[in-house]
Unconditional design. Structure first.
Length: 281
């Protein structure tokens, strides 16, 4: 596995590999890798000749300085996990390498970012779109791999690819969960044992809500009951629970046949912000 720290190295390598007819897969990450990330890398290794993984804690997508400061950073462990999963190129740049000067360009995704993560984390998707665009330009992937755990991010990246005509295929993999249902996340490492013990409630609440959606319980009632169920555990501070259209991500007031619904939740638990989601077809 090659390790590059400069944009020039990655750009030159990717260009050469493309010219040689090799198929490139990109797995963008912020490191502190877990099984969810590694499944993306393994899938990329199956489908591509080169797997480029990036490990970069992108400061421009953090709206909370403490969240950025405390975000887990495990570069050696990440590198050790990536090679056996089939990664051929690891891109680990510094902040000044990615942002030689502060980006001035601003992305506006309209209604898509005016809900949920976009509404609660001002500037978050601007930062995501900026860094993902840079990575697409540098790594020139034929295929880019993302996890469904960040449901709204996937919708934003899909829009980015369409609007800027990035010539690549987006592949999305289902959320990988711990045996007790907790969605794998790099932030889980920050949970205290007590917080970790109650964390699966987030998934249980989503499952209950999904059952209600299937039974046709009105969205407002599903939302209310899910919030009440989460409030049963006083350690949780819910930020939002939304019953939304799975394509537009806009909150819904009723169901329509053939329109999939997504349930999205964000909550704070012992100072750690967790998100999860579930699609109901
Ligand atoms: O999902 C993430 O880890 C990040 O948002 C991403 C896509 C790597 C951009 O920094």
């Amino acid at each position: 596995m090659l390790i590059f720290t400069t944009a020039a190295e990655l750009r030159a390598y990717a260009e050469q590999a493309r010219a040689a007819g090799r198929r490139l897969g990109l797995v963008p990450t912020m490191g502190a890798l877990h099984e969810g990330h590694l499944q993306l890398v393994r899938a990329a290794a199956q489908a591509c000749d080169e797997v480029i993984a990036s490990v970069f804690v992108n400061p421009t997508q953090f709206n909370n300085p403490d969240d950025l400061r405390l975000y887990p950073r495990l570069p050696e462990q990440d590198a050790a996990a990536l090679a056996p999963a089939g990664c051929t190129v690891l891109f680990m740049p510094t902040v000044s390498e990615v942002y030689p000067q502060p980006a001035v360009l601003r992305f506006d995704f309209g209604a898509l970012e005016q809900v949920m993560e976009g509404a609660h984390r001002p500037g978050h998707f601007n930062g995501v779109a900026t860094v993902v665009s840079k990575l697409f330009h540098l790594a020139r992937p034929h295929v880019a791999y993302f996890g469904q755990k960040d449901f709204q991010q996937v919708a934003i990246v899909r829009q980015l690819i369409a609007d800027l005509s990035f010539d690549l295929k987006l592949v999305v993999f289902p959320t990988v969960r711990e045996v007790d249902g907790l969605a794998m996340s790099s932030r889980n490492a920050r949970l205290s044992p007590a917080a970790r013990a109650v964390a699966p409630l987030l998934y249980q609440v989503l499952q209950q809500a999904a059952t209600q959606v299937r039974l046709g319980v009105p969205p407002a009632q599903v939302q209310q009951q899910a919030l009440a169920a989460l409030a049963q555990e006083s350690a949780f501070i819910p930020e939002y629970i939304e019953v939304a259209d799975a394509h537009s991500l806009q909150p819904i007031t009723s169901y329509e046949a053939g329109r999939p619904v997504v349930l999205c939740v964000a909550a704070h638990l012992g100072g750690v912000r967790l998100i999860d989601n579930m699609v109901v077809e």
